[in-house]
Ligand binder design. Sequence first.
Ligand SMILES: NC(=O)c1ccc[n+]([C@@H]2O[C@H](COP(=O)([O-])OP(=O)(O)OC[C@H]3O[C@@H](n4cnc5c(N)ncnc54)[C@H](OP(=O)(O)O)[C@@H]3O)[C@@H](O)[C@H]2O)c1
Length: 356
Amino acid sequence: MTHNLDDSSSAPTNAPDLMTAWTTGGDGIENLAASRVPVPQPGRGEVLVKITALSVNYRDLMVINGMDGWKPARQVVPVSDAVGTVVGVGEGVDRFDLGDRISAMFLPKWRSGALTRETYVDPVGGPVNRGMLAEYVVLDQDAAVAAPRTLDDEHAAALPVAAVTAWHAVARRSRVQPGETVLIHGTGGVSLFALQFVLALGGIPIITSSSDQKLDRARRLGAAHTVNYSTTPDIAAEVMKITAGDGVDHVMETIGGENLNQSLRAVKLGGTISFIGLIAGLAAKVNTYEFVTKNVTIHGIETGSRDMFEEMVRFIDEHRIVPVLDSIYSIHQIGEALQHLAQGRHLGKIVITEKL
Ligand SMILES: NC(=O)c1ccc[n+]([C@@H]2O[C@H](COP(=O)([O-])OP(=O)(O)OC[C@H]3O[C@@H](n4cnc5c(N)ncnc54)[C@H](OP(=O)(O)O)[C@@H]3O)[C@@H](O)[C@H]2O)c1
């Protein structure tokens, strides 16, 4: 589990005494505050990590802007996704060595198997648990995963939430097989990872976007078919044309809300829908007749376990998958990076590096 700022006592010899950490009370990007605090010291079974790159997710905006239940009750360090180098090890550490590149898991206690009450706790990056937006963090060695050896830090930082969620949906829940069709909504972080995983598994991705420019890019990334949902709002009718009236084998429902009705119409009899997104709201009026009579399986997807993260890292290395990055900002431009995410014009992950 990650530590609170006030858990820190003294710094190990290969790190400075003080570091910068950014905190939020959920009162907006402009109020994100940088402060000088002691570098935490790893205890038994823990490692000290020098953060080298981070990436931002829609959820980070929910925490920083204090939306719904994501508003922190006190000042917390936000942002869940990062990669860093192990620069200190506590007693009893046997999973990592000095110099290893690692990332924190979003749900630190979910190691394998089904999500339970005991493991669905302490998501990293607020509103409860501290996150990665600091120069150094201490991690429980069991709550971290080694970065893919084929990716540099900026690309590896893109993985912890969006890629693990996409892997959970595509590989573990929908279990996409070669030749199967998969409808992917939008071109956000989760969707582009889903596109890359579906392609590597031999599936046939159909992707939607509000932008023809983004759809061109998606085709260059390997999308077999594209639908602009601004000019063609009846996505399901278009998908039926593409699939000769059958519907798709699987849907990645990254939008949520009443968009689920499009997915239910677009999926084939007996198909699956991986329900991931909350963009269109936390509740919806759903066509339950379509759901029942089509024999559809809808899976709720909550990020993923360590086991899934490690399986995905092996897959990324084996298939040489390179995450799509939209832009790389310096750590000093964290506000601009978050504003860019909020504008929604990005294609691929927005990354922050400590190196620029
Ligand atoms: N369940 C989980 O564990 C989990 C994990 C990660 C993310 N999520 C959720 O999944 C969703 C996507 O996350 P992300 O990080 O991929 O987001 P993102 O990078 O911000 O991308 C969102 C994309 O969705 C599309 N979009 C936005 N509003 C839309 C609308 N009203 N109708 C149709 N498409 C719309 C846009 O695509 P175009 O610009 O191409 O039109 C946009 O780029 C969010 O709700 C997030 O909270 C859930």
